[in-house]
Design a protein around this ligand. Sequence first.
Ligand SMILES: NC(=O)C1=CN([C@@H]2O[C@H](COP(=O)(O)OP(=O)(O)OC[C@H]3O[C@@H](n4cnc5c(N)ncnc54)[C@H](O)[C@@H]3O)[C@@H](O)[C@H]2O)C=CC1
Ligand SMILES: O=C(CO)COP(=O)(O)O
Length: 353
Amino acid sequence: MSEKPASRNNGSNTYDVAVLGGGSFGTAMAKVLGENGHAVHFWMRDEGQAEEIRSTRINHRYMPGVTLEGDIRPTTDLAEAVGKAEIVLVAIPSKAFRAVIREHSTEFFDGQIVVSLTKGIEEHGFKLMSEILIEELPRCRSGVLSGPNLAAEIVNRELTATVIAAKDPEVRRTVQELLGCEYFRVYANVDVYGVELAGALKNIYAIVAGLASALNMGENARAMLITRGLAEMSRFAVSLGANPMTFMGLAGVGDLIATCTSSKSRNFRVGYAIGKGKKLDEAVQELGQVAEGIYTLKLVREKSEAIGIYMPLVRGLYEILYEGASINAVISSLMMAVQNSDVEFILPRTIAQ
Ligand SMILES: NC(=O)C1=CN([C@@H]2O[C@H](COP(=O)(O)OP(=O)(O)OC[C@H]3O[C@@H](n4cnc5c(N)ncnc54)[C@H](O)[C@@H]3O)[C@@H](O)[C@H]2O)C=CC1
Ligand SMILES: O=C(CO)COP(=O)(O)O
């Protein structure tokens, strides 16, 4: 662990913050931080991209046309970015998250606040990003940011709310202070596992919603998918220890609505492309950005079968994406399945059965 930098927060409420990951969401958060007056050590692996942002203040590949205001310092030196920061926000896709943190774990210092912005699950062991942070950086204080936060809207200063989940109240308070502004509100929650799992799970249902939209299904169908998706994800998460009420909040139903109703969601777009007849590989290739849901789907299907949780939408989407099942056959089997109770995941067992 390295030494703690001197705080620049001498009553001015501005901090040195590192943002790790130069994609759409890292850029959106760097923009909010820069506008809020913080010094932003913006780490990305590509020197060409860092140089371009330094000279034009625009991340042309991920956020064309969006100018980053304020004290933004793009860098490819992660040790320098983390070493100078009081708070670190990590927006690296789940597939690379642990490798990046592990490789640089000695650069972090005791008590440093490290917050995951990533909505995914690690392939081996079903670990969430906050669990990886605890394992790799046991002496840091961790948290998770999740909610209906389409990067493409945040960069246009469109009104947005999010959730900071952390056990440590100072982490929650600091992140609220750091990011909150006239267009970005930060709510707090202590259910780290629930908030984080909600963010990862909703990506699956965004793919389903994109698929339904491509098939010109109506609003009734969309409402059915969103609500049954919510039931399914809540049932699964609660069985793993999450608080069911978290799913009624911004990180649960909030994010589900945003991503299941908008083509600004990359997961929705992948589903849409598949609904229009594209192969999964083609859809991902065309997107050119991360769609975490396609990986989360595999892991959640496997886990739900292992622990015996009924997730028909997960199973149906898996059959379409990975087993070549016809979309119509899956829809008809879903519609003809046994008709269950509504909101069974919060009903007493006798009524739910
Ligand atoms: N874009 C959005 O609206 C939101 C995204 N998120 C989450 O943020 C995470 C990151 O997503 P985006 O920034 O949107 O993805 P993106 O696809 O726009 O960018 C991914 C970034 O990660 C970088 N990257 C990939 N592998 C890397 C590695 N091994 N080392 C260093 N950098 C690496 C890429 O170079 C790229 O800069 C995802 O888990 C996503 O679910 C969360 C909320 C909103
Ligand atoms: O999580 C998101 C918005 O809250 C972004 O969703 P996509 O990754 O599907 O674009």
